[in-house]
Design a binder for this molecule. Structure first.
Ligand SMILES: [Ca+2]
Length: 389
């Protein structure tokens, strides 16, 4: 079996270790993989220790030796672009010969771009997105921290980045950074309050918001605040979002030291920070649909799988927990209420930055064990590919 030291990349490895702390809060002493034996096979794994619905899920390392991977976006041919926060590097993972990544043992990696991001605190190269009309325009989008701001750029691979939205506040903490194209073709951008709590309620600041822009960076005519990219506000630090098949947006949010949140996002909505954390019950704010103690979640990336390779999770809101070191599965009702929640893979892979769906339907988990807050094991950071057995 191929196995390489951290620093190179690729395929399959074993894991040992533990991790702690997030983009805020507490320490945890966990024994990651205490219930996982060393496994060499790419198809290694899982026997449902996280809960009944993961019993039928196979987890295999797709790539190892990454350094703080933060985001993945897919080109139309199935090539995955992976951002690494500290280095500003974008790596392409393709199946040998190109095309869809379907077999870990055939995946390859190469650096395709390096962006001039500033590695400050929790900042750096964060979100990536691929144009929905990539075949025509070849645009790749990125969100990164500079010495002066956080910004959204677009570029064609190998070319210089062109800023399309600048002046998002930047700081040592709470830089937001997730990018996603909505079903409406607009680009959604999550911006943290950078530790300046007042930003979140200030409609003149882009911090502490979910932003919505056109693919060229201009403001859509139907945004809730005319002339402003602000879509929703009163956020602390949002790093995960996705839409249901019906087009409803949901987002994760880091709490300070009490409650992490999942919110049902509506245009113009005020989600309360810093006046309330978690469910406050005040009519002027929109309460989260569910919340956790920050030690159990600290949720970053999220996905709502659709026709995925793990069909038992389709339509659920899945969120990757850093401090919580687990994947949370939230079952949503059509009305947007929470039917049930389930913790999966607890302490198994360490800190989790992202869960996303690949074009082949598999779900990819990104670890964040080399960010200074975890305890990396051999092979970290890694991308773990999930499919139903
Ligand atoms: Ca809130």
């Amino acid at each position: 079996m191929i196995r390489r030291a951290a620093g190179t990349v690729l395929v399959v490895a074993l894991t040992v270790g533990a991790a702690c702390s997030d983009d805020s809060s507490s320490n945890r002493n966990s024994n990651r993989n205490s219930n996982r034996s060393s496994q060499d096979a790419p198809s290694a794994t899982t026997a449902g220790q996280g809960g009944p619905t993961s019993a039928g899920v196979q987890a295999a390392d797709l790539a190892t030796g990454l350094e703080v991977p933060w985001s993945v976006a897919f080109l139309p041919d199935g090539t995955a672009l992976v951002s690494e926060r500290k280095s500003g590097r974008i790596t392409a993972i393709t199946k040998q010969g190109g095309g869809l990544v379907t077999d870990a043992t055939h995946s390859r990696r190469r650096e395709v771009q390096r962006l001039p991001s500033s590695d400050r605190g929790e900042g750096g190269l964060l979100g990536l997105a691929v144009s929905p009309t990539y075949a025509k325009d070849k645009w790749v989008y990125a969100y990164y921290t500079t010495d002066d701001d956080n910004r959204v750029v677009r570029f064609q691979l190998g070319q210089a980045p062109q800023p399309i939205l600048t002046g998002i506040p930047a700081g040592q903490i709470h830089n937001g950074g997730r990018l996603a194209f909505g079903p409406d073709g607009k680009l959604y951008v999550t911006a943290g309050e950078t530790g300046q709590r007042a930003n979140a309620q200030d409609l003149k600041s882009l911090g502490g918001k979910i932003l919505r822009i056109e693919p060229d960076g201009s403001v859509p005519k139907d945004n809730p605040f005319p002339g402003s990219p602000i879509y929703s506000y009163g956020h602390r630090n949002v790093q995960g979002l996705d839409w249901t098949t019906g087009g409803q947006l949901y987002a994760t949010e880091f709490g300070q030291n009490t409650w992490d949140e999942v919110n049902r996002i509506v245009p113009g909505g005020n989600y309360g920070w810093p006046l309330v954390e978690g469910k406050g019950g005040a009519p002027r704010f929109i309460d989260p649909i569910t919340q956790w103690p920050t030690s159990d979640a600290s949720p970053s990336g999220a996905v709502i799988p659709k026709h995925s390779a793990v069909p038992q999770w389709d339509g659920n809101f899945l969120l990757a927990g850093l401090v919580g070191q687990r994947l949370w599965r939230v079952v949503l009702s059509p009305e947007g209420t929470v039917v049930s929640r389930e913790a999966l893979f607890e302490n198994r892979f360490g800190r989790l930055r992202l869960i996303t769906q690949a074009p082949d339907g598999s779900l990819w988990l990104l670890t964040s064990n080399r960010d200074g807050r975890g305890q990396p094991s051999q092979g970290d950071d890694r991308i773990v590919r999930l499919t139903a057995k």
